[in-house]
Ligand binder design. Structure first.
Ligand SMILES: *Cc1c(COP(=O)(O)O)cnc(C)c1O
Length: 386
């Protein structure tokens, strides 16, 4: 249970812990909200939002999930090398020159417009595609009103249409105007689907909701939902949801104290001298920085971390590989003590949302930037994770 008592090879300077049981728990929780016949497609782009793609997919696949979404063709290739019997959908744009990867690695591809379909088709590989419909996000996809362009995809001889998708712009809000906007997106999506069906096209699988859409629009009947952030248990607190699911934070972020010193009143700490001690202050230097994914914008925002079971603030500018915390109020902090940036230590917890709020961003942004160089430790079953 006590993740903090770990052998040294677990840690070193800084590391990420992933609780795979929590991931499985969240998948079950999300599935409990889905209407009959609707499946959970797990969005595992950007290395599963920093959680490690292969390990997360292995566990989710064990839990009976067979559909996965990535953002790039190379993420799909990497995933296929480890898993032969799952469906993989590439959500982002794939350049036609990479069409052979889609074919060889059996990846389904979102079609972003009529020209994309034509160029992919001309490469001569049999490809499975989902048509992206732009109903108001204004990002990727064929405009819902351009029915002719949408229909043209069905005439491409190498493309097999397996599905049709759209994406919401404000599904994370219950504001009246936002709800009306989402409703207009749903209506134009269904009108495209109906038109295509009336012309005899088989549109395949329907999907539109990402995480917030699942909990704010629970009555939509589709074949898939595409859940990312909810799987990792990090829905933002500021976002309104009709139903607040019971999710568990999957990821913890920890680092160790490298040095401790007393700083006299009037002395400054870190670059720019933005923090000045108002009284004698006990300062610990922690071996993690913005290169590891602790946002530099969080500097000076009194963001709290946990050390020896007590919450203490980050002080001064966050450096590339280190940062400083004020441990005057904490219990006898010394070199080697573990500092928790996301996760639980004793009775205290820091949520990913807390970091997101202190750095003016969203949990997705925090998570996917974590861990270029941080090792990941996977906890499951008896090993802990609670
Ligand atoms: C990233 C993404 C998702 C998952 O979004 P979450 O909010 O993390 O659940 C779903 N659909 C598309 C098209 C995406 O790009």
């Amino acid at each position: 249970m006590n993740n903090l008592n770990m052998p040294p090879e677990y840690g070193g300077r800084a590391w990420i812990e992933i609780d795979l049981d929590a991931l499985a728990f969240n998948a079950a929780e999300i599935r409990s909200y889905l209407p009959d016949g609707c499946k959970l497609m797990a969005v595992i782009k950007t290395n599963a939002y920093g959680h490690g793609m292969i390990k997360c997919v292995a566990r989710l696949h064990e839990e009976g999930i067979d559909e996965f979404a990535v953002a790039t063709v190379m993420e799909g290739v990497l995933l296929r090398e480890s898993f032969s019997d799952i469906e993989i959908l590439v959500l982002g744009y794939t350049h036609p020159k990479d069409a052979h990867f889609l074919h060889t690695y059996r990846l389904s591809q979102i079609i972003v417009d009529g020209a994309h379909a034509k160029e992919l088709d001309e490469k001569g590989f049999a490809l499975r595609v989902h048509i992206g419909i732009d109903t108001g996000m204004c990002r990727l996809g064929i405009l819902a009103q351009n029915l002719g362009e949408i229909e043209s995809v069905f005439s491409r001889k190498n493309l097999i249409v397996d599905g049709i998708a759209t994406h919401f712009a404000v599904a994370d809000s219950l504001d009246k105007a936002d709800v009306a906007f989402t409703k207009s997106q749903i209506d134009s999506y269904y009108s495209v689907v109906e038109s295509l069906r009336s012309k005899g096209h088989d549109v395949g699988k329907l999907h539109m909701q990402a995480s917030y859409g699942i909990f704010n629009l629970p009555n939509i009947k589709c074949d898939y939902v595409r859940a990312g952030i909810a799987l990792y248990g990090a829905l933002g607190n500021d976002n309104e949801v009709l139903v607040r699911p019971n999710l568990r934070q999957v990821l913890s972020l920890r680092a160790i104290v490298a040095q401790v010193r007393w700083v006299d009143s009037g002395k400054s700490v870190s670059y720019g001298r933005t923090f000045k001690a108002e009284s004698p202050t006990k300062v610990a230097t922690v071996s993690i920085g913005y290169a590891d994914g602790v946002p530099r914008q969080m500097s000076g925002k009194d963001a709290m971390v946990i050390v020896n079971g007590k919450k203490v603030p980050i002080i001064g500018r966050i450096c590339m590989d280190m940062l400083m915390i004020d441990v005057t109020e904490a219990d006898d902090v010394k070199t080697g003590d573990i500092v928790t940036f996301i996760g639980r230590d004793g009775d205290e917890v820091v949520l990913c949302e807390d970091l997101a709020a202190a750095s003016n961003t969203i949990t997705n942004d925090i998570l996917c930037r974590l861990g270029g160089r941080l090792p990941r430790i996977y906890l499951c079953g008896d090993e802990g994770g609670g």
